[in-house]
Design a protein around this ligand. Structure first.
Ligand code: FAD
Length: 401
């Protein structure tokens, strides 16, 4: 029997893959038994997903084979779905394995699930920008609805797209859609003015919490490209043929509804019995789950409060990546029995949102970025990430130039 410590990583998203890659770099052969479990045999660049969803970027360029990132001699990869985490038994159950996997240290990086805020019919009748399969479906669904319009010209709903939520994901998606719309309408012989993109947000502003001047710039840019905003307008229900909005319960008929209004932790973490706050686990300074010193939660399923504002940090790839780097270092320390762990401190480097090709907004340090400058910065951030996980060749292969 191997006496090596078993590190089990669940999920190959930003948090999970960065932990695995850094462990692979820092651990010598036979220092620990590291296993990564992921539902697909690829890692996807979630921060790009709005583009393949709108059909402006090939979905294949947003994913990377896990085998291309990991050395099989150092990290054992299992493609399977996690079905249950049993922290009291130190076991994890998988869909296609009878024997559960045992661990000494567990890293949970299973990402998020859509937050529905109790909106009736939302999960059944809308699509979400969540993974490769979901964005491929959104793109082909929109194209199919547009292709039907010339055959059913009274059905304006076929060319009406409702996007619920004007946070970062919603704004990036409508930006990309607005950019593609002229070409899409041309392809299906639809007058541009017939096709509608309606972005609906319950909060009193788009991009809540973001700099006011940048929000105004984003909304003006997108309105110029034909996006209609309904801000301060809650979606009350989502139905097969559209959404019901506002206090007067107005019905908007739309054959495509995409929900981007927020995420909660992966339900597997609550099912495991970890204490959750709106579906996410409030981790300690070493990213540990309460009451379990050997369970670490990274990414969208974890919750960390910003001491300055008293509010949680939003779940981002930036947060998940920094957590993965810190955690790998601490796991190496634990495996080597090498003394004190390093406290995790999130260092926000800025935020940049794309508004469709060549347009964006952002804040980096104290500097505000608009338009082309922000769009370039977004590309640099993405390239930097690709370089970090897969070196120059991956950046060249999958980057947007
Ligand atoms: P994820 O990256 O979601 O990965 C979770 C992994 O777990 C996936 O590989 C999934 O397949 C796997 N998994 C899930 N369930 C199971 C299971 N049961 N069994 C096995 N495997 C499973 N953040 C930024 O910082 N900057 C941005 O510009 C930005 N833009 C965004 C744009 C869009 C369109 C979206 C959707 C998000 C954006 N984000 C951005 C947020 C960011 O993508 C997430 O915060 C980040 O992906 C979270 O990383 P994670 O590791 O928690 O999970």
């Amino acid at each position: 029997m191997s006496q090596l410590k078993k590190i089990l990583i669940l999920g190959a998203g930003y948090g999970g893959i960065v932990t695995a890659i850094n462990l692979q770099k820092q651990l010598g052969f036979n220092e620990a038994e590291v296993t990564l479990v992921n539902i697909n045999d690829y890692h996807y660049i979630t921060t790009h997903l709005h583009a393949p969803a709108a059909g402006t970027f090939p979905h294949d360029k947003t994913r990377v084979k896990i085998d291309d990132l990991l050395d099989g001699n150092k990290v054992n990869f299992i493609q399977d779905a996690v079905t249950k985490i049993r922290p009291d038994d130190q076991l994890v159950e998988l869909k296609n394995r009878e024997e559960p996997l045992a661990y000494d240290y567990l890293v949970v990086g299973l990402g998020s699930a859509p937050a529905t805020f109790g909106i009736e019919g939302l999960l059944e009748n809308s699509m979400v920008i969540r993974n490769i399969n979901s964005v491929r479906m959104i793109r082909t669904h929109i194209e199919y609805m547009f292709s039907r319009y010339r055959n059913e010209p009274d059905r304006d709903d076929l060319v009406t797209i409702v996007v619920g939520g004007a946070g970062f994901t919603g704004i990036e998606f409508v930006g990309e859609l607005a950019y593609r719309m002229p070409e899409l309408c041309k392809e299906y012989d639809i007058p541009r003015e017939k096709a509608r993109i309606i972005n609906i947000e319950a909060a009193p502003t788009a991009l809540p919490g973001f700099d006011k001047e940048l929000v105004e710039y984003a909304m003006e840019t997108l309105e110029r490209r034909g996006v209609e905003f309904m801000i301060g307008t809650p979606i009350k229900a989502c139905q097969e043929d559209g959404v019901v909005v506002g206090d007067d319960e107005e019905k908007i008929k739309a054959a495509t509804v995409v929900w981007t209004g927020g995420v909660t932790g992966n339900p597997l973490v609550a099912d495991a019995g970890f204490e959750v706050n709106r579906g996410r686990v409030q981790v300690d300074e070493y990213l540990r789950a309460p009451n379990y010193d050997n369970v670490f939660i990274v990414g969208d399923s974890s919750l960390i409060f910003n001491e300055e504002t008293g509010r949680p940090f939003p779940p981002t790839a930036q947060m998940a990546t920094q957590q993965g780097i810190n955690l790998a270092k601490n796991l190496v320390t634990l495996v080597r029995d090498g003394g004190a762990l390093t406290t995790f401190k999130y260092e926000p480097k800025g935020t940049v949102a794309s508004l469709g090709k060549g347009e964006g907004i952002g804040v980096v340090g104290k500097k505000k970025l608009f338009g082309w400058q922000a769009a370039q910065m977004k590309k640099i951030i993405d390239l930097r990430y690709l370089y970090m996980i897969g070196g120059i060749s991956l950046a060249m292969k999958k980057g947007q130039f």
